[in-house]
Design a protein around this ligand. Structure first.
Ligand code: GDP
Ligand code: GDP
Length: 374
């Protein structure tokens, strides 16, 4: 998972360290040249004092304390040594300071790599801004430079993934009124039906009872598909015939749940192109009629910017509360979670990690970041 993004971040860390080392070597070279020059000047001055014949002393090519013949007095020689040693010691500073100029090239490369790994342009810009803030013009301990860069990237990604408001589903269900109403939105093929089935199983594993509303009354076979999953799991499905009013189907499921004290209603909905006006009108009606406790957008992590665009559209039209990203087990990139979290400011709460019912994993930001940075 996320191999591609992990490789690029590793490359960035390696190159930053290389730049820091090159910078150090360059500084040492410049400073040692200065020391040599100063030492020579002092030696010349010393020779002048002892011999009074400055023009006869050759400018030594090595530090003066190594030359026996230029003849500074013992006292002068000691002073020269001390000054030179002090300066050389000063060269070996414990810290390194990276500037925008030092990292300009590799930061641009990092941004390109992020974009190629499904990170939206706007999100890549935000990542770069925060990284610069953390890395540049700071005295960083050389011995822990690698750790410092890693922690900086981790903190940056953590901020990018932090939503305006956290959503703890199990806590919300246990504290909310019965039934807790969840409506799932998203485009066909993203794994919506499978995810609703996974969620039913997950809630039942947590001792919560569920009923499913077959709210996709548009797509051929959608009702049968959700029924099949529900039968496998032993979950009740409330359905009407195809083309029925989806808002009414979900309403019936809620009434059913109320009558039987069911903990949660999981409602499927139709999903075609998110730009379809009819679809969005239907979604708005569903929300208006049923007043869900939670509106979850389901997106396919493999579709990158498409998933982001869908999330944004659903969010603008109906206002989503949380996100589930599917097929993360097959995602080499990892950028979708970053972009969707950053741009919608809604939390990714679960991720699909395979095709079986148990493959729904609670999304943990630290876990995600640790997959990207070793
Ligand atoms: P829907 O059209 O959005 O309802 O999509 P489906 O639920 O029918 O899923 C479409 C395909 O994606 C199916 O073959 C699923 O098995 C597969 N799928 C769904 N979630 C995941 C996941 O988390 N990982 C993988 N590898 N496949 C998934
Ligand atoms: P398209 O040709 O696939 O874009 O479908 P249209 O937008 O022309 O819609 C055909 C019919 O289906 C119209 O009566 C719509 O009101 C209805 N319709 C369109 N989208 C949806 C939907 O998402 N759900 C449901 N239940 N009906 C829809």
């Amino acid at each position: 998972m996320f191999n591609s993004l992990r490789e690029q971040i590793k490359k960035f860390i390696g190159r930053t360290e290389e730049i820091a080392t090159e910078k150090e070597i360059k500084e040492i070279r410049i400073l040692s040249e200065n020391v040599t020059r100063k030492t020579e000047d002092t030696a010349l001055h010393a020779s002048d004092k002892t011999t009074g014949q400055m023009q006869t002393v050759k400018r030594p090519t090595e530090p003066v304390w190594l030359t026996q013949d230029a003849g500074p007095s013992k006292q002068d020689e000691k002073e020269v040594k001390l000054t030179a040693m002090t300066q050389i010691k000063g060269i070996f500073k414990k810290t390194v300071r990276l500037t925008e100029k030092d990292l300009d090239g590799i930061l641009t490369d990092l941004q390109m790599d992020l974009i190629q790994n499904d990170v939206a342009l706007e999100t890549s810009e935000a990542i770069l801004e925060e990284l610069k803030e953390r890395l540049l013009d700071k005295d960083i301990d050389k011995d822990s430079l690698d750790l410092y860069i890693r922690v900086s990237i981790k903190k940056t990604l953590f901020d990018i993934l932090t939503p305006d408001k956290e959503v703890d589903l199990l806590e919300m269900i246990s504290e909310g009124e019965k039934p807790f109403k969840i409506i799932f939105f998203g485009v066909n093929g993203t794994g919506k039906t499978t995810t609703i089935a996974k969620m039913a199983r997950y809630l039942m594993d947590n001792d919560l009872s569920v009923v499913i509303a077959a709210g996709d009354t548009f797509r051929a076979g959608a009702i049968e598909q959700i029924e099949k999953h529900a039968n496998n799991l032993g979950v009740k499905v409330i359905k009407h015939q195809k083309t029925a009013d989806a808002a009414a189907v979900i309403y019936d499921a809620i009434e059913h749940a109320k009558a039987r004290s069911v903990d949660a209603v999981l409602a499927d909905t139709a999903g075609r192109m998110q730009t379809n006006a009819n679809l969005m009108d239907e979604m708005k009606k569903i929300v208006r009629v049923n007043k869900p406790d939670l509106k979850i957008f389901i997106g396919d992590s493999l579709t990158g910017n498409d998933a982001l665009e869908q999330a944004e559209t659903f969010n603008n039209e109906i206002g989503i509360d949380a996100v589930i990203l599917t097929k993360m087990d097959a995602d080499a990139k990892g950028g979708s979670a970053l972009s969707i979290s950053h741009i919608t400011k809604r939390p990714v709460i679960y991720v699909g990690m395979g095709q079986t019912y148990k493959d729904l994993k609670k999304f943990d930001r630290e876990w995600f970041i640790n997959q990207i940075i070793d």
